[in-house]
Ligand binder design. Structure first.
Ligand code: ADP
Length: 324
């Protein structure tokens, strides 16, 4: 067992529903092992500025169901430098912190890995609405964001049908089209435009016309944030060409980041928070805790941040086949 008496926890990068549930689980799992937790405010930026906040069982009460992160989150370009990370290690040492839990996505886990390579015991918790970490099927926040996108697209479909309109709906996911593809599948969208498969503009225009000819009363194309063409380019193109439907563009944007976490995300966050503490205290450092085949997995940080593509040919085929 490790000598850690005090650990630190931070949330970093894009926030995700369920981060609070993960903070709560870390604090209480640590307390159950007589280990204190100190929260770091505003991610790696707070680490550099020495913004610490002691956390105990009571201070993480009432947050399980709340979206966002009580610790705050930032993007911190400085953290790419060795000097900045050295300052972070000094700040943690001054707080008598023996280990760090980083809750965040692939960028944050790269930062965590860089700290680990400098000798700090670090464990990451897979948390991103994009679900773009490798070797984990689920990440905290993805399920909630998917449900948010699904509800929004369902509503757009209602009005699209009433007015015989085609909606291009931009869904988040940065360079990953996984959230967009699953949202398209869950809503029966006619088309998914994704970074993983480049589309000529005409292909979407042709599909819209073909759907109209098949008697569809509406058309929904889910367009991933990082898709080529982008939702804006596609909308401009379609408006300049004859189209059977009136074209509308809706960007779901940051709505997808907020809201109370789903039951699945609360459960995942609770399990991963406790698993991160177990890993750290058992000296299994340098791992990201994730979820695979119905169980918690510890993934080497290098492997977790390696390029991954969850948009499989099978999922694409299914979406295309069912959008008839
Ligand atoms: P996410 O964790 O949601 O993917 P970002 O990609 O914005 O978010 O990364 C969050 C932060 O992690 C960055 O602002 C930076 O501080 C840190 N970070 C990302 N990549 C590295 C890296 N290679 N080395 C050190 N820190 C990094």
């Amino acid at each position: 067992m490790s000598e850690i008496q005090r650990l630190a926890v931070l949330t970093s990068g894009g926030d995700a529903p369920g981060m609070n549930a993960a903070i709560r689980a870390v604090v209480r799992a640590a307390a159950a092992c007589q280990v204190e937790t100190v929260g770091v405010r505003d991610g790696f930026a707070g680490l550099l500025a020495g913004r610490f906040q002691p956390l105990d069982d009571r201070s993480v009460g009432g947050i399980l169901h709340r979206g966002g992160t009580i610790l705050g989150s930032t993007r911190c370009p400085d953290f790419h430098t060795f000097e900045a990370r050295e300052r972070a290690l000094i700040a943690l040492g001054e707080q008598d912190v023996g280990g760090l839990v980083v809750i965040g996505g692939d960028g944050s886990q790269r930062g965590a890995l860089a700290l680990h390579q400098m000798g700090l015991p670090v464990v990451g918790i897979a948390s991103t609405i994009d679900n773009d970490l490798a070797e984990t099927e689920a990440t905290i926040g993805f399920d909630t964001a998917l449900n948010t996108a699904m509800s929004a697209i369902d509503r757009l479909k209602d009005t699209a049908t009433s007015h015989h309109r085609a909606f291009l709906v931009e869904v988040m996911g940065r360079n990953s089209g996984y959230l967009a593809l699953l949202a398209a599948l869950a809503t029966g969208a006619e088309f998914a435009v994704l970074p993983e498969r480049e589309m000529p503009l005409e292909a979407v225009a042709d599909d819209i016309q073909a759907s109209y000819a098949r008697g569809k009363a509406h058309y929904i194309a889910v367009v991933a944030e990082g898709a080529k063409p982008s939702a804006n380019t596609l909308a401009a193109y379609l408006r300049q060409h004859p189209c059977a439907f009136d074209i509308r563009l809706t960007v779901l944007g940051h709505v997808q980041r907020g809201g109370s976490p789903s039951a699945n995300d609360r459960l995942l966050a609770s399990r991963l928070g406790a698993a991160a503490v177990s890993a750290l205290l058992a000296e299994r450092e340098g791992v990201v805790v994730g979820w695979r085949a119905g169980a918690v997995v510890e993934i080497g940080m290098d492997a977790a941040v390696a390029p991954c593509n969850k948009v499989t040919p099978e999922l694409l085929e299914l979406a295309d086949m069912l959008a008839r």
